[in-house]
Design a protein around this ligand. Structure first.
Ligand SMILES: C[S@@+](CC[C@H](N)C(=O)[O-])C[C@H]1O[C@@H](n2cnc3c(N)ncnc32)[C@H](O)[C@@H]1O
Length: 347
């Protein structure tokens, strides 16, 4: 057999390595190491104090002498800390995105992953077998009612949403043609990270957010932090029970994936009704590629929705089909950042 022909079975076996399997299978070691670093406030401590040696850092975090050095050096090897002459500092990324004192903080989603999702995902197999949620509502109850009955969990969830959406908000601000539109309302806005990003980038845009009543103080204090209280306001309501507010642009971010197909269709229909002719609906999520084989984050997010007791994630083609059924005359899918894309529909 000549060299240019296909490799033999033996050559093929010699070429194969288990590296990718092992890295993924034990990926939770690295994941939990980062989540514990966020929980312990490690990045905040370093950001405030500057570079620290292992003993100083261990003492400040209240860690046992057995654990400090391994923990810090594992974070160095994972690319989450830098170490120079025995002193640990944040990397440019962890300094920008994991220091809670900075407006670019994205750790909210990691805080919630550590406090809630990490344990719930331990029961994934049970969820796969039963199709039942593995979160706080494993034994029944409405997800948002149950979560929001605990003010700490409400605040944590809203902060997690900001962590998930802050970069997406910047991308929507940059990629949507805002010069053609004057106002926007984010339906299911949580803290309001997305309208804040849009209003920050476009001085002429006003509007705000719509969400359940307990979210109002959380939205107001986040918006005030950015000095935007005169341009962005909160409307309290229930998007199933109440009509949606009207604006040139409505946004539904991480909303449709929370609900089943009938509820998704109902929300799209209500958005269509609320928009003026020519108005736009922006739906964003970790939109799954149409062939359902590339956007691993989107597919895993859909499993996360199973764990949480909510809906399911979907492809761009799915969403465009539902939008057309609701009466929207045109729609397109545009990639935003990371796993997130938006589906824009025009009435
Ligand atoms: C997954 S979060 C998404 C938050 C934000 N849009 C984002 O992408 O970061 C879903 C949001 O929908 C809100 N929500 C849930 N049920 C609602 C309802 N019936 N009416 C209005 N808002 C609701 C929640 O309070 C929460 O802020």
């Amino acid at each position: 057999m000549g060299k240019t022909e296909s490799p033999t079975a033996t050559e093929e076996t010699e070429r194969l390595t288990p590296d990718a399997i092992m890295q993924l299978g034990l990926g939770f070691w690295g994941s939990k190491t980062l989540l514990s670093a966020v929980e312990l406030g490690l990045f905040a401590v370093i950001s405030k104090a500057g570079p620290l040696d292992a003993e100083e850092l261990r003492e400040r975090l209240g860690l046992h002498p057995r654990s400090g050095r391994d923990f810090f050096d594992a974070l160095v090897a994972l690319g989450m800390l830098a170490r120079t002459n025995g002193r640990y500092s944040n990397t440019p990324e962890t300094d920008l995105f994991l220091d809670p004192a900075k407006p670019t903080y994205m750790g909210g989603i990691l805080e919630m992953a550590n406090a809630r999702l990490y344990t719930f995902w331990g029961s994934l197999t049970e969820g796969l077998r039963t199709g039942q949620p593995q979160s706080e509502v494993k034994t029944g109850g409405d997800f948002f009612e149950t979560l929001y009955a605990d003010p700490e969990k409400l605040a944590q969830f809203a902060g997690a949403m900001t962590g998930l959406s802050v970069a997406t908000g910047d991308a929507i601000a940059a990629k949507f043609p805002w010069r053609d539109y004057g106002n926007v309302i984010d339906i299911g806005c949580a803290q309001g990270a997305v309208p804040v990003a849009i209003a920050t980038a476009h001085d002429h845009v006003t509007g705000g957010g719509f969400d359940l009543p307990p979210v109002e103080p959380i939205f107001n204090s986040y918006v005030a932090r950015f000095g935007l209280a005169d341009r962005l306001s909160f409307t309290a309501g229930n998007f199933f029970a109440d009509p949606l507010p009207s604006a040139d642009v409505l946004i539904m971010g991480h909303i449709l994936h929370d609900w089943d197909l009938d509820q998704k269709r109902l929300l799209l229909q209500k958005a269509y009704t609320a928009l003026p002719t020519g108005g736009a609906l922006i739906v964003y999520d970790a939109i799954i590629d149409d062939d359902r084989r590339e956007n691993a984050f989107g597919l895993l997010m859909s499993l996360n929705m199973l764990i949480e007791a909510l809906g399911f994630d979907y492809t761009g083609a799915d969403c465009r089909g539902w939008m057309a059924d609701s009466g929207f005359s045109e729609s397109y899918v545009e990639h935003l950042v990371g796993p997130d894309s938006m589906v824009v529909a025009i009435k």
